[in-house]
Design a protein around this ligand. Structure first.
Ligand code: ASP
Length: 363
């Protein structure tokens, strides 16, 4: 466990203050000898652990509170699970990186094998939550629930959303119905599949959506209901799950817009990118200049995946561009950040674009 910041949660309301005087059952760091499910919470920071200088202020610092403080602020946690908290990192998720991902994935894989653990919760900032969720969906081996959760309001805010989100996430992680569904995201009473979910609003509490295929389910006051199962390969069925490499391949994202030149593509190649994801306009399109740059990169062995900046819908092969001739991969409905995550994993196995297209068709 890395050292957590020394400060303790300055609670904004009498409601949360009451939660702090919780009985011993909610004590963190201690497995409880009961027949309740055991859930391990792996904390990485984010707004859910964020503190304002003064309650009511807009500004705050993500990743200010320890996992113990977060658990203590949730009334009734002991009724749904015996929880154990571990601090993996304490950062704003805008700073999420490969090193933290690999640490998190290794620990999640250990917990998958631990017979005393029923489910795993990961507290995380919302900015890159969908990327971390999809990364874990590809590399965690096992059927136990892994549930990412965050909040839009910091822990010290009036009506902080973190405690209810954490309560709901823990109940999903403790639920047998969540087994075998891959990595999930729980936010604002919704359950999403890692592959489908995306942040859609910079500030709203109702920011997470699954635009193409809809939610995985809903969770109300700790009672989850699930809808359709996920279709693509994930977790136990993923070929990327284990062993994890020490380092992930360098993949960069290039954004397309009107009048864009190829400078960023050439810079990505010069920086040593093994893969480039195009965040294209429309159906993964870009200016002739960018496409020329990407074609030149592909000829040098850099793997190019076309995705879209639009936010929903699919990017199919050979529609407006001849992917066969250009040597590109079509990213289907993965948004650019997630296309990057899958391309990193694909590049740990091969540089063959036919095989990489197959991965993008299956995951
Ligand atoms: N910047 C924050 C983060 O991603 C935002 C949040 O958690 O809502 O860590």
């Amino acid at each position: 466990m890395t050292a957590a910041p020394a400060r303790s949660l300055a609670l904004p309301s009498a409601f949360l203050a009451a939660a702090l005087s919780f009985p011993a059952a909610a004590q963190v760091g201690q497995k409880l000898a009961t027949d309740r499910p055991n859930v391990t919470i792996l904390a990485t920071g984010g707004t859910i652990a964020g503190a304002q200088p003064k309650p009511g202020e807009v500004g705050y610092k993500a990743g200010s509170f320890s996992v113990e403080s977060l658990i203590r602020a949730v009334p009734g946690m002991e009724k749904i699970a015996a929880v154990t908290g571990e601090q993996i990192a304490n950062i704003g998720s805008q700073d999420m990186n490969d090193a933290v991902w690999l640490k998190l994935a290794r620990r999640a894989n250990e917990l998958q094998k631990d017979p005393n653990v029923n489910g795993i919760v990961v507290t995380h900032g919302t900015d890159t939550m969908e990327e971390t969720a999809y990364f874990l969906d590809l590399v965690v081996k096992g059927d136990k629930p892994v549930v990412l959760v965050g909040s839009m309001r910091p822990a010290t805010a009036i009506s902080a959303d973190g405690p209810m989100n954490l309560y709901n996430a823990t109940s999903v992680a403790a639920s047998l119905a969540a087994w075998g569904r891959g990595v999930l995201v729980v936010m604002n009473d919704d359950i999403h599949y890692a592959r489908e979910v995306t942040k859609s609003n910079t500030t709203s509490l109702q920011t997470f959506v699954s635009p193409d295929r809809g939610r995985a389910g809903a969770v109300l006051f700790g009672k989850p209901t699930f809808y359709a199962k996920p279709i693509e390969r994930h977790t136990s069925g993923s070929t990327f799950a284990v062993p994890l490499p020490d380092k992930l391949p360098a993949v960069l994202v290039v954004y397309s817009h009107a009048n864009a030149g190829r400078e960023l593509v050439d810079a990505a190649v010069a920086a040593g990118a093994q893969g480039i994801v195009l965040a294209g306009v429309g159906d993964g399109n870009a200016t002739a200049a960018i496409i020329d740059g990407l074609a030149a990169a592909a000829r040098k062995g850099v793997v190019v995946v076309r995705s879209s900046r639009v936010g929903s819908g699919t990017v199919a092969r050979n529609v407006e561009l001849d992917d066969d001739k250009l040597g590109f991969v079509a990213g289907r409905d993965l948004e650019p950040g997630k296309a990057r995550v899958l391309l990193q994993q694909a590049l740990t196995k091969t540089r063959d674009v036919v095989q990489i297209q197959k991965y993008f068709d299956e995951y």
